[in-house]
Design a protein around this ligand. Sequence first.
Ligand code: C2E
Ligand code: MG
Ligand code: MG
Length: 755
Amino acid sequence: MSSDFSQDKDLFAFKDDEQLIFVTDTGSPGSGASRDDERHVWRVLIADDEQDVHDATHFALRDTKILGRALEFHDAYNSDQTVEILRTVPDIAVVLLDVVMETANAGLDLVPVIREQLKLRDLRIILRTGEPNQAPEIDVIRDYDINDYKLKSDLTKKKLYASLTSAVRSYKQLRTIENSKKGLDMILRASSELLTQAGLNNFSQGVIIHIAALLGVPPEGVICVRRRDQPAEEDLMIIAAAGDFCSLVDRPLSAMSQTVTSHLLRESLDNRCNVFHKHGVALYLGSHSRGDMSCYIASIAPISEVDQGLLEIFCGNIALCADNISFLDRLKNYAFTDTLVGLPNRNSLEEVINRFIDEGSDVPYSLALIDIDNFAEINAVLGQEYGDQLLRAAADRVKARFYQPNTVARVGGDTFAVFGPSSHIQKKSLLQPFVNPFQIGGELQLLSITAGIVPITEIQGRGSEAIKDASIVLKQAKSQNRGQVVMFHHKMVEEARERLDLLKNLRSAFELNQLFLVFQPKLKLSDLSVTGFEALIRWRNSNGRFISPAEFIPLAEQSGLIIRMGEWILRNAIAELALLRAKGYMNASMAVNLSVAQLEHADILEMLQRVIGENNIDPSFIELEITESIAMGDIDANLKRLEQIRDMGFKLSMDDFGTGFSSFTYLQKMPINCLKIDRSFVNKSDTKSGREIVEMIVQLGKTLGLNVIAEGVEEEIQGILLKEMGCHEVQGFFYAKPMPRDQLHQWLAERKNRG
Ligand code: C2E
Ligand code: MG
Ligand code: MG
């Protein structure tokens, strides 16, 4: 016998007549639980083969209350009866278990049965024996969680009471923990389940179900909300209901005939608290973004202290969940609406088309994409705010023209989509909203559009493919039939596929180092001396065919390949310049074309720094040729970039000038050194009007203090005219074609020899 028990022995002197002292239990639960506990008893099982022991125990503990509850005794006289009672009577708190019954170890043998087979883990076990030598081994006590061990001779009333009290308290704690654990588990599961509910109404319905489950009652209740902006006397709205209350959803609380229920809900919302009533509870669910919520659950069973605590935690969680739900609702809304013009967006359109396809309707439907011509330029010149207003006005007109059953969406910056019966989606109807000018801020603006139509029967796939195919038609229309409405044709998709193949081949050609540079000399018109060279990329594919950069550079730009490719081009052009300098061409410059995508790439400044660093070259010998298309992006940001590039020492040149869209004011702001007249003008310089344009550009460049160069000079006469006009430099087949490196060196050497 261990010393733990011998200690007790001294204290537990048997005094049969000793009065039990009823001390107030300091560890008793708060007042909230007393009403509830009065209805309950602690069940105590006496398992002993001696009737005397039963009688004595009953007598000693008669009228006794422990932690506010009376005791209810159950009697068993052998192992089988003990097991039977434990199996059938619920919530037995303590068993006073005799070690020696039908066998010397019958009681001890029961312990593993109780714990392992009956799985009664909370039940407290007080072992009693007649003799100290019948005491169990200490490890049995530990392994089977035996609460106490007493000699029958120790059981004075007082000690019996003390022993039972501590066992009951321990039982109660274990039950509380177990219930809380279950409850918390439920709350966690409920919260995450609730969060997945689509929409606040489903969520609220879930709340009722979960609270009812927490209380162990059928789901019968309502949730009421008082909106933040609603005066207190205004009627409350029922946003969810379950059970008999179902018909009340989305109706005012006053529609409810059960006055007690509505009274409880009002009280809960007015005082922002939980209200408990014999018919049910009104739980204040806290405030969330839509207002204060309260939930009524019908429950006639009293709510235990544990459940009240759990409900509080749960309700606290609900306000949070509700906020998340309405947040998710908003997110969902954002995900499907274009906030600028208030139309469904691409995602939403995709869903509409998918639904149409799934429904398998036999009404022929079509998808049209409408793109506003030159919108980027309008935006650039007149400002984004103006552009936004224009888009909204355009959206309104298209929406007004294509009402139900058509769907109008915005699928890109200046691209709208109309999906509806093919009979509605016609060239005329698509152009109609744009016939009259738009009035924005007192200005009249006429818009022209280009559109592409795809009948849904032509689509192999779903919504996303439909939009993709319509985009292909639109793109083709934009490049070949601007301002028109173009119908889908299979050839278009084939061409798009071809471009995709081309891009694939380009990528591998680049990786395999099959691209190379050619260099075209630029000459000073006054003395035809070489001022520099333009580096131009070349690609000869595996079939030996040359593919024009005009064809593959746009692909590289669209795919982002231009970023790596552009760096490679610059690096090789600079390497060539270094070589030429080493050969004595100390004043020659090297021009390299720079795509907008490169300029707008975050790494551009570091990239430039990197490549000039590698060759230790003075950047003022490098001329970056940009085009007017940089005005179509973020002009301010692009201008800033260009200034930084100029500040690094690079020269900048405006390529293909005259083909794009640069206003004079805009050109003035550009930190450029040179204007390059596009070869289309140079070509026409032998006609009167062509000549006038070239002359004007030369004058413009001179006014701005820029170096002016004409590209694409193919005939001597063009050079003569340009010289007369005061153009500074020329570049063109008449003087020299773009040449691979070795050929260029040869060309230069021959010129030198000729003097
Ligand atoms: P670009 O920058 O305006 O280049 C001048 C184009 O005119 C070159 O065409 C050149 O071969 C061609 N050209 C030069 N003299 C004459 C002439 O007398 N008559 C005619 N008909 N054409 C002449 P290329 O090399 O086919 O390049 C076309 C465009 O592709 C370039 O126009 C440029 O925008 C782009 N590109 C070419 N190489 C590169 C590059 O390395 N990087 C980037 N980003 N773009 C490049
Ligand atoms: Mg160029
Ligand atoms: Mg050019």
